[in-house]
Design a protein around this ligand. Structure first.
Ligand SMILES: Cc1cc2nc3c(=O)[nH]c(=O)nc-3n(C[C@H](O)[C@H](O)[C@H](O)COP(=O)(O)OP(=O)(O)OC[C@H]3O[C@@H](n4cnc5c(N)ncnc54)[C@H](O)[C@@H]3O)c2cc1C
Length: 476
């Protein structure tokens, strides 16, 4: 099958290929591409969206959407995609560390709805199903092989290959590339390089009751952090972190290791479902990536979603970033289209890129900072005790994690407050040169950890000076 919906006519290009003309061409029909096509299609903007696999896929990624991400769906008027898939509301996090646990509720107030847990495949299919109703959107089944350059500075569309091996050209005023985690085209539009930071092993715990129902669960252990959150009314996703450059191999030894190492850090209530999942062996491995944003400006094209920007999935921020990209870019495209100034769309693209950090920077910084904190015994203890104080010590950090707040200053304040709090506790326990030394190094490790993350997200002039000063105290 090539064209799923033939809503537009084709011509023949100078090179003899079939050619389609449209306003916006979207590469990739994942949650980013499909939600953008829907958002634009609802405003009757002509869109062609090309996806290489429209079938439902069984993946371990993108299954907990934070309240800030739900808000973006509402902004686009597509929140109904959370219905009819047994999605589960999530009201906050339970955090477990060395036999203790705390619960931190999302500060939803009147404006925000809870987060949602679901099966990724079902959720993506729900978004894709909205495309059927839109007459200005043409869905194409094809593998995009090339971004077509009119000249070095301008992209005028794409070429894709059909299942039968036929090459088809799409000419578009704007090409939006959202080909995701394993993007083929990102290097043409982002000067930053992505790197693998580790792996998540994913299991589904069936027929399970969670220690705190309707909450996400984070386990900070001596072995490795792991997460558990509801994805249907009877099942939960478990993700186990494996740092390093090589993925773990799923062997009998690996299964035994999982059982023997993690079982003791897990409340009794989860153990039977965990053992069953490990023994049944449906374990999937996915790489985790880091990718900062440094756009290469080429006329007629823009990059969004995981193709543009990735962070550690520990905090479940990826879909919120992707939907924020879609909303921020989409509303600019709609505005330019409705005002009849689409020929100047590149200004809107520049504006989108310039403002991106103010919308998604806090999510990116927090994800990698928190992952670093969890991998450091002293900092993770400080973080746990800091949150355990409750009040704004808990509600403000979790407002950042849930993307209810996107305030980078608030994030920086709490991040350093955690390190100072840990240092102060240490000094209070035993005031000695040794404690002073350890406190100094603890603050240093926190500083070295967060400095590159802050620098990558457009820090203010003052922040840059402070970070430069910190470099005198704590050199990497
Ligand atoms: C282990 C893990 C767990 C995660 N958990 C969460 C979570 O709980 N919450 C959260 O918010 N985020 C999570 N994320 C991040 C989240 O999954 C991503 O941010 C999100 O899936 C990005 O969506 P996307 O549409 O940009 O990319 P993708 O989901 O990668 O979609 C890209 C699409 O493009 C298509 N495509 C690719 N190349 C071509 C081509 N050449 N031609 C045509 N089509 C093409 C693909 O088939 C695919 O459908 C997790 C990530 C990982 C790695």
């Amino acid at each position: 099958m090539e064209v799923l919906d033939r809503k537009i006519s084709t011509t023949i290009s100078s090179s003899g290929n079939e050619k389609i003309q449209t306003q916006v061409c979207i590469v990739g029909g994942g949650l980013t591409g499909s939600s953008l096509a829907t958002f634009l299609g609802k405003q009757q903007i002509p869109v062609v969206i090309i996806e290489k696999d429209w079938n439902e896929v069984d993946r371990i990624v993108g299954e907990l959407l934070q309240p800030g991400g739900v808000q973006q769906l509402k902004n686009m008027g597509i929140e109904q995609v959370l219905e009819g898939i047994d999605a589960q509301p999530v009201y906050g996090y339970s955090i477990f560390r060395k036999g203790k646990s705390i619960q931190v509720a999302y500060p939803l107030g009147d404006d925000f709805s809870p987060g949602m847990g679901f099966r990724n495949g079902k959720f993506v299919q729900n978004i894709r199903s909205l495309l059927n109703e839109l007459t200005s959107v043409t869905r194409i089944h094809g593998n995009v092989t090339e971004l077509v350059y009119e000249n070095e500075q301008k992209i005028s569309g794409v070429k894709y290959v059909t299942e039968e091996g036929k090459i088809v050209e799409v000419e578009a005023a704007l090409t939006v590339v959202c080909d995701g985690i394993f993007s083929r085209f990102r290097e043409q539009l982002n000067a930053e390089r992505h790197r693998v930071t580790g792996f998540f092993a994913g299991l589904v715990l069936e027929n399970v009751t969670l220690p705190t129902p309707s909450y996400g669960h984070v386990f900070i252990t001596d072995q490795t952090p792991f997460l558990v959150y509801p994805i249907t009314s009877t099942s939960a996703r478990m993700l186990i972190d494996f740092p390093g450059e090589q993925p773990p191999r799923i062997t009998d030894e690996f299964r035994e290791m999982l059982k023997s190492k993690l079982i003791h850090d897990m409340p009794e209530i989860l153990r039977p479902a965990f053992i069953q999942a490990v023994e049944e062996g449906k374990i999937k491995i996915m790489p985790n990536h880091k990718l900062n944003v440094k756009p290469i400006l080429v006329e007629g094209a823009v990059l969004i979603g995981d193709a543009l920007n990735m962070r550690h999935p520990l905090t479940g921020g990826g879909m919120t970033v992707a939907f924020t990209d879609v909303y921020q870019l989409g509303k600019r495209i709609i505005d330019y289209y409705q005002h009849g100034i689409f020929e100047t769309i590149d200004q809107a693209i520049q504006d989108f890129y310039s403002s991106k950090s103010s919308h998604t920077g806090s999510i990116n910084i927090l994800a990698d900072a928190l992952y670093g904190v969890m991998s450091d015994d002293e900092l993770s203890e400080a973080c746990f005790n800091y949150l355990a104080q409750g009040g704004h010590y808990a509600s403000e950090p979790v407002s950042l994690l849930s993307a209810i707040s996107r305030n980078k200053k608030l994030l920086t304040k709490h991040f350093f407050a955690v390190a100072w709090f840990g240092a102060w506790k240490k000094m209070k326990k035993s005031f000695s040169i040794q404690a002073l030394r350890e406190s100094y190094f603890m603050i240093g490790r926190a500083t070295i950890l967060v400095r590159p993350l802050l620098l990558a997200e457009k820090p203010s002039w003052l922040m840059k000076q402070l970070l430069a000063f910190s470099n005198l105290l704590y050199k990497k």
